[in-house]
Design a protein around this ligand. Structure first.
Ligand code: FES
Length: 217
């Protein structure tokens, strides 16, 4: 090839590769620019409508189940129920009653000595759940008002002090007998609350057949 032709070919080559390099650099610059400027996606802290709709706290607000008879099987609060009249209760009497559910047995008695949370003119009328806190045997038949005692339990001989909030005197039980809170209104004695957990229940108000609240007349 003549020298002139060789020079022309060399110039064309250099022009071509120079343009290519420019394109490559432009490409790299565009790539870097894209990678630096691409915004990072951040989560939106505002709850979406879907999240609000599936809030678990809302799904827990269900109506309580109903028994076949249509009665609500759990209570939202302790009812106020008439148990006896002060004037008809003598020292040593024992009255058995259900509260706050039909399935929960209790007893009320007049001790003849002042007791913790006792009501009446002498503060000696008290009431307790009847199920022994050891294993659930009924101690209503073992109440000895003259000794302010329930027990010995017929199953394993625990006894409870009725003048001291159902304190365990001796035996296998480790929890006091749940005391029924009482109030006197117009000479009548009402159950209003249970202090302590009834044996066999995780919640004293669930589930069973509620007692009908008595009318205070
Ligand atoms: S059930 Fe009463 S002492 Fe065991």
């Amino acid at each position: 090839m003549p020298d002139d032709d060789i020079d022309k070919a060399r110039r064309r080559f250099l022009q071509t590769t120079g343009a290519g390099a420019t394109l490559v650099l432009a490409g790299c610059s565009a790539f870097d620019s894209d990678s630096e400027e691409t915004p990072t996606e951040t989560p939106d802290p505002t709850p979406t409508e879907t999240q609000e709709e599936t809030n678990p706290s809302e799904s827990e607000t269900e109506d309580p189940p109903e028994s076949p008879s249509g009665q609500v099987e759990q209570l939202d609060a302790y009812p106020r129920v008439k148990i006896a009249s002060v004037s008809e209760l003598s020292t040593g009497d024992v009255v058995e009653f259900k509260y706050p559910l039909q399935e929960q047995s209790n007893f009320l008695t007049r001790l003849g000595e002042q007791a913790w949370d006792g009501v009446g003119p002498d503060g000696d009328i008290v009431a307790f759940n009847a199920l022994c806190t050891h294993a659930g045997c009924n101690v209503a038949g073992s109440v000895e008002p003259e000794d302010s005692r329930a027990g010995p339990c017929p199953c394993h001989y625990t006894s409870f002090d009725l003048s001291k909030g159902g304190l365990v005197n001796m035996g296998q039980a480790t929890s006091d007998l749940p005391q029924i809170e009482l109030e006197v209104d117009g000479g009548d004695i009402y159950a209003t609350y249970v202090e302590g957990l009834v044996w066999g229940y995780h919640n004293n108000l669930r589930t069973g057949t509620p007692i009908e609240a008595a009318q205070s007349d």
